[in-house]
Design a protein around this ligand. Structure first.
Ligand SMILES: Cc1cc2nc3c(=O)[nH]c(=O)nc-3n(C[C@H](O)[C@H](O)[C@H](O)COP(=O)(O)OP(=O)(O)OC[C@H]3O[C@@H](n4cnc5c(N)ncnc54)[C@H](O)[C@@H]3O)c2cc1C
Length: 387
């Protein structure tokens, strides 16, 4: 399947590549990785100036209403320059905007979407809990209980990207005590500064300049109107909204692979050993050729999944395939890329060590490669292994 980009799409892609080259220099990214837990506000503002946060918001709410293929074109260069920045700037595209767009009442849409489009709000999505992320339906124990005109939330979430800087959280809670797990969830908009919310840092090796943190909810009260979508239907609504997220994760893998490939190709030409460039060694060429094959493969699959999603066709199998191919391709590229760099592969002076660290994250988040394979086979009629 070949997706021909239009002239406008090629321009969009070029402009974003130019922006990333200028604003996300290797030195600045290395500085952020050492010094901040979220990209500085001035970088956020620069993304806002070029309309990055408007991109996925529907036109009637002040956005550009771009398709998933368009979003791929603007997100890939960011992930290539820095996976942390890609995640930090992409949370609104993946979570905030889509949850409100698909599930919100007209009043909620009018309240939140224009502010997302203007880059005025930061958000996060709090689903995963300490009891397990893969089988979240079996593990989820954060409760929201009705009390007079309010919901009262108690529980704990882990690994929530961007929660430490968010203005609003999209929080998934249990609301129905006597229903089966899939009929017991509801989704809420929770102001991040509400009394009873505590944020805790989770030190990790990957994506240093975009923290994913723990959240404790202790008797957190929110207005009744802050429920998103239908009460008790949260599980099915969640799946619908989160499916395209895998396209974005595949893009992270593609961005990482492309960054590693470009670094390694330049390095093998410039580095000399035993009287010549190391590019003449066949085994290193094999490593590079495998990277090139995986990039091509992952990009084709991901564009196909994005195109199917944009055209309202089933895309679940393709999007899970894209996630696996991109994540495993990135892991391969990181390991062999570090090998190509020899001792310098683990030195902080070179970005290869960051690619190695960042690559681990997409092997299991938001869905592990094992579970993505399980979903692919579920669509072939084999039994699923989770609740
Ligand atoms: C950096 C980072 C950012 C994240 N951001 C967010 C966020 O913003 N919001 C959010 O809600 N969550 C977020 N997550 C959570 C992420 O979605 C979970 O880590 C993921 O779902 C895996 O859950 P787990 O870590 O609890 O692993 P577990 O569920 O404990 O899984 C451990 C291993 O067991 C395997 N396994 C489990 N069950 C099965 C099965 N049935 N069949 C086959 N294999 C199985 C898994 O594949 C995995 O290899 C983030 C995680 C990280 C690390």
């Amino acid at each position: 399947m070949i997706i021909e980009l239009t002239k406008e799409q090629k321009m969009l892609q070029k402009e974003m590549q130019r922006f990333c080259k200028k604003e996300l220099t290797p030195e600045y990214v290395a500085w952020m990785d050492e010094n901040v837990n979220f990209p500085p506000q001035e970088l956020w503002d620069k993304f806002n100036e070029i309309g990055y946060f408007r991109a996925s918001i529907p036109e009637e709410y002040g956005g550009d209403g771009l398709s998933w293929v368009d979003l791929m074109l603007i997100q890939e260069p960011v992930f290539k320059a820095s996976m942390s920045v890609g995640m930090a700037m992409g949370v609104n595209h993946a979570f905030g905007g889509p949850f409100i767009k698909h599930l919100g009442t007209e009043e909620q849409k009018r309240e939140f979407l224009p502010k997302f489009a203007e880059g005025k709000l930061k958000t996060c999505m709090a689903l995963t809990e300490p009891g397990g992320g893969t089988d979240i339906l079996g593990a989820l124990s954060t409760y929201a209980v009705e009390k007079d005109d309010r919901w009262v939330i108690n529980g704990e979430k882990v690994f929530i990207t961007g929660a430490h800087v968010a203005d609003y959280m999209v929080v998934i809670c249990k609301t129905e005590e006597n229903e089966s797990p899939s009929k017991s969830l509801s989704i809420f908009i929770v102001p991040a500064k509400s009394d009873g919310i505590t944020i805790s840092k989770i030190p990790k090796i990957s994506c240093h300049h975009c923290d994913s943190v723990g959240i404790t909810f202790k008797d957190v009260e929110i207005p009744k109107k802050n429920i998103l979508g239908a009460r008790g239907k949260g599980w099915y609504q969640l799946i619908d909204v989160l499916n395209p997220e895998r396209i974005a994760v595949a893009l992270m893998g593609i961005g990482l692979m492309q960054a590693i490939y470009d670094e390694c190709l330049a390095y093998v030409k410039q580095r000399h050993a035993f009287g010549g460039p190391i590019s003449r060694f066949q085994i290193l060429q094999k490593y590079l050729a495998d990277m090139a094959i995986n990039i091509e493969n992952a990009r084709n699959l991901t564009y196909k999944a994005a195109w199917l999603c944009d055209h309202g066709r089933p895309y679940h199998v393709e999007t899970n395939m894209a996630k696996v191919v991109a994540a495993e391709g990135a892991m391969n590229a990181a390991v062999y890329g570090a090998e190509i760099f020899g001792g310098y592969g683990i030195c902080m002076e070179y970005p290869i060590q960051r690619y190695v660290r960042d690559t681990f994250q997409i092997q299991f988040s938001p869905i592990s490669n094992e579970m993505a394979r399980n979903v692919i086979m579920q669509f072939q009629g084999l039994p699923k292994s989770w609740s």
